[in-house]
Design a protein around this ligand. Structure first.
Ligand code: PLP
Length: 447
């Protein structure tokens, strides 16, 4: 046995070895408490996960009941009531055209499975040449190799580049930075969506399998919503060239933007749609792919077998937690609260930071709101990455007992700093006011 000479401070290989995080010992509503009794207002839902806060009685009871019946049964041998009922719940509330739910344990796994399902679909229907995937710059679809391959965040990709599969990237829909003076939303949306057509033609129309995009971009761009019409044009192009549309709603989905699915606000559906974080509200690790009828039919009428699978897919306790989460959101009409409190949060951020010298943009939908930080509001020049502004904001907010999710994205080599707010759907007006107050203190600490 490995006997260290002196006991290290931790045996955990943490995300960073530079600072060991405090221990979360208790959760109550929108607060997390550490070992010293300090409270943290979870204004980011972790990473847009904890949509019911940290002590929801209905979810806890559902998990207990499930564990008392059966905690886990391998999906290669059994289905369970929890998995069947959750799938029915998801499909009956899904965007038009979705027929089945395929379960996984998180967002990256969902992306991986969606990419493989897209590839297998084309094999089933006799189009084996379709292999390329197109995504957008400044995007993130997960950290496993396939998901990282399609992601367009160069910082995350850089050192793993030799291991990645080929994918192409087009412009994101990023009006704050790319809409030209005098250009209407409609013209801008069309211009950037048409980049997809150009990319498809360059790669060869018969060789592209799928286009992947987040309806509202979270982790790389701070709640960046598309202009109206952008996704309609994307859908048209995909249909014209027989390319599958994979919508990544891992972060923006399951109510976060005020509708159950963010894409509902764009008036289209994808062919595959990934969901994860808010699905189980963090009570258990779970993700899923919503699968359209045409893909389900192609596999069912072809090989009859999706060549994929993970040990924990459809985990009974995770499915029970997710089902209780989704029922709770409906029973408590929490989407209405997402819209109401989301407007309050947006108003509060605009009122406090609308004229802030280092805040370039305030954006988002529902309880998914972001700020873009800039060194100069006029030129929109981002901060020098070496200043690590986003890390400083995170640290200052955390010290003040506020969890805000800051990140730096990259686009064409230009880096931007963003802060994302994604508080639980149960927040009150007072909670929202406190988020804005604490964040203002943190901003004053940094600037
Ligand atoms: N897709 C999007 C849009 C995400 O934001 C994330 C995580 O932040 C993922 C995929 C990956 O999810 P996970 O961290 O659960 O693997």
């Amino acid at each position: 046995m490995n006997q260290p000479h002196s006991k290290p401070e931790t045996y955990v290989l943490h995300r960073s070895s530079l600072a060991i995080p405090p221990r979360a010992v208790r959760g109550e509503g929108i607060y997390i408490f550490d070992q010293n009794g300090k409270s943290y207002l979870d204004a980011s839902g972790g990473a847009a996960v904890s949509c019911l806060g940290h002590s929801d009685p209905a979810v806890r009871a559902a998990m207990h009941a499930q564990i008392d019946q059966i905690a886990y049964a391998h999906s290669g041998f059994f289905s369970t009531d929890a998995m069947e009922e959750l799938a029915e719940d998801l499909v009956t509330h899904a965007p038009e055209g979705m027929a089945k739910a395929y379960f996984v344990s998180g967002g990256s796994e969902a992306t991986e499975a969606a990419l493989k399902m897209a590839r297998q679909y084309f094999l089933e229907i006799g189009q084996p040449d379709r292999k390329y995937v197109i995504a957008r710059r400044q995007s993130y679809h997960g950290n496993t190799l396939g998901a990282l391959s399609v992601g367009g965040n160069m910082w995350r990709r850089k050192q793993f580049e030799p291991l990645l599969i080929t994918a192409s990237h087009i412009a994101p829909c990023y009006p704050y930075r790319d809409q030209m003076p005098g250009e209407s939303d409609a013209a801008y949306g069309l211009r950037v969506a048409n980049e997809l057509e150009t990319a498809i033609l360059e790669l060869g129309a018969d060789s592209v399998a799928a286009f992947v995009a987040e309806p509202v971009v979270g982790a790389t761009s701070g709640a960046l919503a598309p202009v109206p019409g952008y996704f309609k044009r994307i859908r048209e192009i995909c249909d014209q060239y027989g390319v599958l549309l994979i919508l990544d709603e891992v972060m923006c989905g399951m109510g976060r933007t005020g509708t159950l699915h963010a894409i509902e606000q764009e008036g289209i559906s994808g062919d595959l749609q990934t969901i994860a974080k808010g699905l189980g509200a963090g009570y258990q690790p779970i993700g899923a792919i919503l699968v359209s009828k045409k893909i389900d039919d192609a596999i069912a009428n072809g090989s009859g077998f999706f060549q994929h699978g993970h040990t924990y897919q459809g985990h009974a306790t995770a499915c029970a937690a997710a089902l209780a989460t989704q029922r709770t959101i409906r029973e408590r009409d929490l989407l209405a609260n997402v819209v109401r409190q989301g407007e309050l949060l947006a108003d509060g951020l605009r009122e406090r930071f609308g004229q802030h010298p280092f805040v370039g943009d305030i954006r988002g939908r529902g309880l998914f709101r972001g700020l873009e930080l800039v060194a100069d509001r006029e030129t929109k020049d981002p901060f020098d990455p070496a200043r690590k502004i986003n890390a400083k904001i995170k640290k200052a907010a955390f010290a003040r007992g506020l969890m805000a999710y800051p990140m730096g994205g990259t686009i064409d080599g230009v880096r931007g700093d963003h802060v994302l707010f994604a508080p639980p759907f149960i927040v009150t007006g007072d909670d929202v006011a406190r988020i804005v107050d604490l964040f203002e203190l943190a901003m004053n600490d940094v600037f």
